[in-house]
Design a protein around this ligand. Structure first.
Ligand SMILES: C[S@@+](CC[C@H](N)C(=O)[O-])C[C@H]1O[C@@H](n2cnc3c(N)ncnc32)[C@H](O)[C@@H]1O
Length: 252
């Protein structure tokens, strides 16, 4: 297994999508949670991009992540703002806590990183079991529209000290039967033309059909499932590029 949300990848995430950076999700989730007085959990919280604005609105959000590097950036981002949420290392498919949450949120494409079907089901069952009666799961997925093997994309970022980080990303596998793609991301950090650090990331991404995902949620026990797209509440998707949000109740 290659590196996964390692040091360079985490540093790039924080530069590229700083705290509060929104795909439309920060406002959408804030609005959906505004009356939530209880505890909220964000699995795969990353650098705190969305966790921190929610905390600053007065919501009781906790987060966990499987990447030590992401968590360490998240802790530092929280400390800089005088915030001290509960943050811990854990995996969506196996975390186990004594507490029940009023809401569990998984914005953007994080849930699609669980590319093995069994892991994704374990994670959804786990979310269900950690929700209080009537608690809500709000989770985003997106469709895969770009699945050509060998296509390479490159990007470059400048760090605050002038170092340059480059990323070359390539899709190396498309598994149509099991519904996932695997990309390799090659990160390199440069200072005045000298290579300081490099990292190869293994990046899987699963895809689902929209109605397929709704049926999966129902099979776990979720009720009153609402589908939104493009962060417009209740708008059924009409364009394959849109982010699709599922809002489901753990009726129990
Ligand atoms: C795309 S980032 C999103 C971060 C944050 N939720 C946001 O919206 O900005 C995905 C995060 O999920 C974490 N992650 C990936 N697989 C995970 C798993 N199985 N359990 C917990 N976290 C996971 C990664 O380490 C990474 O920090």
């Amino acid at each position: 297994m290659l590196n996964y949300y390692g040091r360079l990848s985490s540093e790039v995430y924080d530069i590229d999508k700083p705290i509060g950076y929104s795909f439309g999700d920060v406002e959408f989730y804030m609005n959906r949670l505004k009356n939530c007085k209880g505890n909220i959990l964000e699995p795969g919280t990353g650098t705190g991009r969305i966790l921190i604005p929610l905390l600053e609105k007065g919501l009781n959000v906790e987060g966990f992540d499987s990447s030590k590097d992401m968590l360490s950036i998240c802790k530092s981002n929280c400390q800089k703002r005088g915030l001290h949420p509960k943050l811990f290392e854990g995996k969506m498919e196996s975390f186990s806590l004594d507490i029940k949450y009023d809401a569990i949120i998984v914005p953007t494409g994080t849930f699609l990183l669980l590319y093995k079907r069994e892991d994704s089901l374990k994670a959804l069952r786990n979310f269900y079991n950690h929700l209080s009666i009537g608690g809500r799961l709000i989770l985003d997925i997106s469709l895969q529209t770009d699945m050509e093997i060998g296509i390479v994309s490159t990007r470059t970022w400048e760090c605050s000290n002038g170092d340059i980080i480059t990323l070359e990303n390539k899709i190396v596998e498309v598994d149509y039967i099991n519904q996932y793609t695997i990309s390799h991301g090659r990160y390199e950090k440069w200072r005045e033309g000298v290579l300081l650090q490099t990292e190869l990331e293994y990046f899987p991404l699963r895809w689902y059909g929209i109605e397929e995902f709704k049926l999966i949620l129902e099979s776990i026990g979720f009720k009153d499932i609402m589908i939104s797209s493009d962060y417009k509440l209740g708008k059924y998707p009409s364009n394959p590029e849109e982010i699709i949000t599922f809002d489901a109740i753990a009726a129990k």
